[in-house]
Ligand binder design. Structure first.
Ligand SMILES: Cc1cc2nc3c(=O)[nH]c(=O)nc-3n(C[C@H](O)[C@H](O)[C@H](O)COP(=O)(O)O)c2cc1C
Length: 344
């Protein structure tokens, strides 16, 4: 790690004025990757790798950062990589580069190529999201139960569809209550699995400022009992019932629950992740915060009254909530340094 690198601070204190506008495209691309790695990922595993080849950024999954128990088919991994793609596209647009994403369905680890071009068309709406890249935080605290205004709804509605995925917003019962129930069931089911709890513990961190990935134990929903207590309790007790009730309660008080729907192939999941992040960045720009509720694969696919209520095409890949925060401060999470994720 480079001297003075603080993983909670440094990755988020990017200054657009440092963009090497006159340097070779490779150097400019490397600068853009700094924004890509600020994307959210399940348990902050940061399951991505980047490489620069000519005018392309190659984006791969990092097989060492998979979660075989929680995410055996890399569904959530690809949502996270899709989010990183959106960040890359937003940063590219801000600095006047068109970014064309091409999914690589045949790749083993390689999932997408992003071609950068100084002459292609720039999507203004993407560039406008740039300030949200460093402002976004996953906020697991209470949100205000305040409905979206018409203007906000109109702005957010622009970020709800793309080629292979779409988002649906749920603002009222009965679907919102049904989704809260689904979150409860998912949590109970996951936490009952000792292997899942062990895997989760492997990604919990003391949160002392030194680590570069994973989730600080005080964000794990067990209060501030400290790292050792949190990991011990998570490993040895099935706290699914309590955790599920707490999450279901959080899921009910907010402006909207949002669900990305898509197919299960890699290209569709990348699209779902891109769209999810576009929505989250748009919401961030409107002063809102989001947090995620992951869905175990079998729960998302189980035919149920809940899915009937949602009556949407495709598979619900994750649920997230969006709303106005009650408490303003929300500290940033760590990231790995650029040199660990970018292969030159
Ligand atoms: C696909 C996906 C699923 C996630 N699922 C959960 C979840 O179930 N519970 C949770 O607290 N956070 C969840 N997160 C949020 C991550 O934990 C969070 O992005 C990560 O810790 C980094 O923090 P940041 O988003 O504040 O940068 C999820 C994120 C993604 C992209």
């Amino acid at each position: 790690m480079s001297a003075g690198f603080q993983p909670h601070v440094h990755p988020w204190s990017l200054d657009a004025r440092d963009y090497p506008a006159d340097a070779a495209l490779e150097s400019r691309a490397a600068f853009l990757v700094r924004y890509a790695l600020l994307a959210p990922s399940y348990l902050n595993a940061q399951p991505w790798k980047f490489a620069i080849e000519g005018d392309e950024v190659l984006v791969s999954r990092d097989p060492l950062r998979r979660l075989p128990v929680a995410d055996p088919a890399d569904r959530e991994l690809l949502l996270g990589v899709g989010a990183a793609l959106t960040n890359l596209r937003v940063a590219a647009a801000r600095f006047g580069l068109a970014a064309t994403v091409r999914a690589e369905p045949e790749g083993v680890d390689l999932v997408a190529r992003v071609r950068l071009s100084p002459t292609g068309p720039i999507e203004r709406a993407l560039a406008d999201l740039f300030p949200s890249l460093t402002a976004r935080r996953t906020d697991r605290g209470e949100l205000r139960d305040e409905p979206l205004g018409d203007a906000q709804q109109r702005i957010l509605a622009r970020a709800t569809a793309c080629d292979r995925a779409h988002l649906r917003l749920f603002t009222v019962d009965p679907p919102k209550a049904a989704l809260a129930q689904l979150i409860y069931e998912s949590t109970v089911e996951r936490m009952a699995d000792r292997r899942y709890r062990d895997e989760r513990v492997g990604w919990l961190r003391p949160g002392d400022g030194g680590e570069t990935d994973g989730m600080a134990s005080d964000k794990a929903g067990l209060g501030s009992g400290g790292f050792r207590t949190t990991t011990w309790v998570t490993r040895n007790f099935n706290i699914g019932e309590t955790a599920g009730m707490r999450l279901a309660k959080l899921a009910r008080a907010n402006a909207a629950l949002v669900v990305p729907f898509s197919g299960d192939d890699a290209a569709s999941l990348l699209d779902a992740g891109q769209l999810m992040e576009r929505f989250v960045l748009t919401a961030t720009g409107l002063g809102m915060r989001c947090s995620f509720f992951s869905l175990p694969p079998n729960v998302a696919r189980r035919p149920s009254e809940i899915l009937d209520l949602m009556s949407a095409d495709g598979i619900p890949q994750v649920i997230f909530r969006a709303g106005y925060p009650k408490a303003r401060a929300c500290r940033p999470t760590p990231r790995r340094p650029l040199r660990d994720v970018l292969v030159v």
